[in-house]
Design a protein around this ligand. Sequence first.
Ligand SMILES: [Ca+2]
Ligand SMILES: [Ca+2]
Ligand SMILES: [Ca+2]
Ligand SMILES: [Ca+2]
Length: 266
Amino acid sequence: MKNLTPIIGVLLLVFFGCSKDYPTAPDVQNSSPKNDEQVSLAKEGHDDDLLRVFRTKRSPVIDGKKEERVWSKAQKAKIKHYLQGDGRDKSDLSASFETLWDDTRFYCFVTVRDENLVNIPELDPWLNDGVEVYLDGDNSKNDGWYDGNDEQLRFELWEPPTSWHGNVITDNIIYAYKTTHSGYNLEFSIPLSDLYFVPENWHAFGLEVIINDNDDGDSERDETLAWWTTSLDWWQNPSLWGTAVLRGKPHGHGEDMAETNISKTE
Ligand SMILES: [Ca+2]
Ligand SMILES: [Ca+2]
Ligand SMILES: [Ca+2]
Ligand SMILES: [Ca+2]
């Protein structure tokens, strides 16, 4: 019999290389149009897939509590793609998020229903309860690779955020978790300059929000929930993320008037 060692070695390399973070899965493509094409459609009123990030005059207090007079101005996005788990029990895992911006910072408020909050230090961080936020500052949507303005931020429940590539400086992130009667809230803000955002209307950026759920404390996630993507490959492929656009900066009467009729729930 021929020596199978090289073949076994390759198989092990492939297996462990792929299992470093999330497992790869059959690639269900839900790729997004790139910046110019999608923004052009939106300007013409033909594309409502863009998440509108509205400018706020009043900055949120980062405390995990939703101050309605500030956050009621935000478009609410349901996080509704169950990549793992069936999603039948909404008290087990369901979530939504809202975003805002002002002259200096990007704000995000994530509301999570999760009946059993788990953070076990021995587990890999993606196996604990928590939120992952993916940002592509120029919406370049690279197919399978991160550039210098792409980032994975991980908010492992109750822990300081971590950055996979170091493109976003985590020391500059202000964040707060708050346990609620049905789960938890995460509220955070990031300097616009750290995200490579141009603080102007129609600046588009790639965005994905993922919720991880572990309820029994073992080394497998029970459910994974995504805002935009339907692919388990999202963590390494910015082209699978959704698109958000900055709106609401006043530069004349037409701008604010145009936004008043847009639904704030999707
Ligand atoms: Ca708050
Ligand atoms: Ca749960
Ligand atoms: Ca990019
Ligand atoms: Ca949980």
